[in-house]
Design a protein around this ligand. Structure first.
Ligand code: G
Ligand code: G
Ligand code: MN
Ligand code: NA
Length: 254
């Protein structure tokens, strides 16, 4: 298959790019973080979105070396931003296979050592499906990475179907409320706010930060503030941006 063969050469030819979507503190509109999102730009052809190639890379194992590249590139870029006075967290999506291979700790250590980025400026986003394995490998890897100073966010929170008990077993820092729940906030019906409110309260109780994903409207921002969700990400603020455009968000007085 074309994409499958292409992935191997794409890495060698340096055809992957990272775009960065800002995360905002809702109250004061300050950029606090950047989610790194992978793009594939083959020479002389249109950009291929991740939904088209990441599932294939997860099937054929290419997500492991590609994921290593993403970690190194995100840390390199964030170190450049830090040196330019832009102090923010960079967040990187991690696939289950990167855990299963058992070399994630080493990959992160390499990315940090190469870049010189301080570990507490790197956050890894994992989905509930990773935590559902509940294997020693996952528990140990998360603990070792936490010990380095790396933080963890649960991505697409609320869409998994496991019990919530994993939140006690795994030391995570943040819940990213899935965008489907944010979309429902616009309806104005009380029951559509109930899940967001429940996640925010769960986060407060467990000492976890909550970030709303897929925020698109002013209405949703206002509702999130009322519900006590202090952080957000979405098209209301920005699309994922190339690094140079992302840097323009930081004006000298912000
Ligand atoms: O950028 P976009 O919104 O099109 O991303 C689509 C999906 O691809 C999202 O679910 C996102 O988590 C995933 N994705 C984007 N970049 C990466 C990456 O670097 N690694 C992994 N594993 N998934 C990614
Ligand atoms: O699964 P994950 O949360 O990592 O992926 C984020 C995905 O959501 C990316 O594909 C990104 O482009 C997309 N996204 C980011 N902000 C918005 C938004 O406000 N609305 C919609 N519909 N998608 C968004
Ligand atoms: Mn994500
Ligand atoms: Na998500």
């Amino acid at each position: 298959m074309a994409i499958e063969n292409g992935l191997r050469t794409a890495l060698k030819r340096n055809e992957f790019r990272l775009h960065y979507q800002p995360q905002y503190s809702i109250r004061n509109n300050v950029v606090i973080g950047a989610e790194a999102l992978l793009r594939w730009q083959p020479e002389n052809s249109p950009m291929i979105p991740p939904a088209k190639f990441i599932p294939i890379a997860e099937d054929n194992g290419m997500i492991v070396p590609i994921g290593d590249w993403v970690l190194r590139e995100a840390c390199r870029q964030n170190k450049l931003w830090h040196d330019a006075g832009m102090k923010l967290l960079v967040t990187v999506n991690i696939s289950a296979l990167q855990f299963k291979r058992g070399n994630l700790l080493e990959s992160v250590q390499t990315a940090l050592a190469e870049s010189g980025l301080e570990p507490h400026y790197l956050e890894l986003e994992i989905t509930e499906s990773v935590l559902m394995f509940d294997t020693k490998v996952v528990i140990n890897t998360i603990a070792q990475l936490r010990a380095l100073g790396i933080s963890f966010a649960i991505d697409d929170f609320g869409t998994g179907y496991s019990s919530l008990s994993y939140l006690k077993r795994f030391a995570v820092n943040k819940l990213k409320i899935d965008q489907s729940f944010i979309r429902d906030l616009s309806s104005g019906k009380a029951e559509d706010s109930a899940i967001v409110q429940a996640i925010v309260q769960l986060g407060d109780t467990l000492g976890l930060l909550t970030v709303a994903e897929g925020v698109e409207t002013r209405e949703q921002v206002d509702r999130l503030e009322q519900l006590g969700c202090s952080k957000g990400q979405g098209f209301y603020w920005n699309q994922p941006l190339p690094a140079d455009e992302f840097a323009l968000l930081f004006t000298p007085d912000s």
